[in-house]
Design a protein around this ligand. Structure first.
Ligand code: PLP
Ligand code: LYS
Length: 394
């Protein structure tokens, strides 16, 4: 829901653009900070969700670390003031160049996803006469009960090291003199709303840390990854994710030993609700079977609906209660069902079919909500489109 002042301010801005509500971001970060601090848990923001500079600045100001998945993200983290002792580098395909840059930046931990990667990091660290901190990403074969495309912790997924390969990991760690084993890392998927899943993850983490400690490897860090989901259906009434419930599961079920640190890598839960994609209706096409609203934004600006059939609330913010257009428009039909589509030359370029909206007209502003995570960062230049600007509440 946008207030009329905000909507009036939008009138002069070229669409499409991402609108950031910085107060929503601040409240979300404050809630996460307070819920995690209660148990002394460490949160590293998964920067892949959104690396908008203003967003990064605010996240850094709360003292969170950064979980990076490319050399570019490591560099951005350092540039935005995340201390090197709070920067983690994960990813299944780190290039030599990226590893070297991260070694040069002295980041504290690489989350390693294969035995071969361990040996490569060791070689590159040796060449620089350095020691690299490493955590082993284990594929725990825990079902995240989320969309098939965003589950990451099953045997069939490319991520992490399967448990049957862990003997190799131990041997490699013993042989590699330029690696320092820091702990174990897990990430089972994204947009997880069933907290029971995290209980199963805790059980696996407990088992795995015993396994390593039985082999003489001290586990200093337990990293549970990210994945906490948000409410895409109720962005105004359920704005802040369930951080309290989430961290409590780990407090209750994780076996944390004295001196150990518990780390998390939240992305979506921190940033999803703070942004909306704002676009304009270009054309209204009334067909015999279907009505279409053709927007000036499409899959090039927000790909999630087209990639994962992801649900986002869609609102005609020019025709909310009390808006001047609504007051002028007595006698119009109350609502109509539209397929809300973009301008891109692909049939899948549809935000959602059969969306019930007030009767809509060329020029109306449409908000696609909960677009702060994996929105702007996944934009593409397909069809040689310009990049959407970012606009901030303050
Ligand atoms: C290793 C890792 N950590 C953290 C995240 C962040 O996930 P989310 O945005 O669901 O919290 C991801 C993305 O799924 C990831 O791949
Ligand atoms: N990009 C995905 C999630 C993948 C998270 C990264 N491993 C989404 O929009 O939901």
């Amino acid at each position: 829901m946008f207030n009329q002042n905000t909507v009036s301010r939008f009138q002069g801005i070229e669409t499409p653009f991402y609108f950031y509500n910085m107060e929503v971001l601040r409240q979300t970060l404050a809630a996460c900070h307070s819920a995690s601090s209660k148990y002394n848990f460490h949160v590293h923001y998964a920067m892949k969700a959104n690396f908008n500079p203003r967003v990064l600045e605010m996240i850094q100001s709360f003292g969170f670390g950064a979980d990076c998945v490319s050399g570019g993200e490591v560099q951005a983290a350092i540039e935005h003031g995340f201390g090197k002792d709070k920067v983690v580098f994960a990813g299944v395909g780190k290039s030599d160049r990226e590893i070297n840059a991260a070694l040069d930046a002295d980041i504290f931990c690489f989350n390693v996803e294969s035995v071969q990667e361990l040996t490569i990091i060791n070689e590159l660290a040796q060449a620089k006469n350095k020691t690299a901190g490493v955590a082993i990403r284990i594929n725990p074969n825990v079902d995240a009960h989320t969309h098939h495309y965003i589950t990451t912790g099953l045997d069939e997924n490319k991520f992490g090291i399967n448990t049957w390969q862990l003997n190799d990991v131990v041997e490699t760690l013993r042989a590699c003199k330029n690696l320092q084993f820091l702990g174990i890392h897990f990430h089972i998927g994204s947009q997880i709303t069933d907290l029971e899943v995290y209980r199963s993850l805790c059980i696996r983490i407990n088992e795995m840390q015993e396994w390593f400690e039985d082999r003489g490897l001290k586990v200093k860090i337990l990293n549970a990854g990210g994945g906490l989901g948000v409410d895409y259906y109720n962005p105004d009434t359920n704005t802040v994710a369930n951080f309290e419930g989430y961290f409590k599961v780990f407090k209750d079920f994780l076996n944390v030993k004295p001196g150990q640190e518990v780390h998390f890598e939240l992305g979506r839960a921190l940033v999803a609700q703070c942004a909306s994609l704002i676009s304009r209706v270009l054309y209204v096409k009334n067909g015999q079977k279907k009505n279409f609203l053709v927007l000036d934004a499409g899959m090039t600006e927000l790909m999630r609906p087209m990639l994962y059939q992801a649900y986002h609330e869609i609102e005609n913010i020019s025709r909310q209660a009390n808006s001047p257009e609504v007051e002028k428009s007595e006698g119009l039909k109350d609502t109509i069902h539209y397929d809300v589509v973009g301008p891109i030359c692909e049939s899948t370029d549809c935000f959602r079919k059969d969306v019930e909206l007030p009767e809509s007209f060329r020029g109306d502003l449409i908000a696609v909500r909960t677009a702060g995570a994996y929105g702007e960062v996944m934009a593409s230049g397909y069809n040689l489109r310009n990049r959407a600007e970012s606009v901030y509440s303050n």
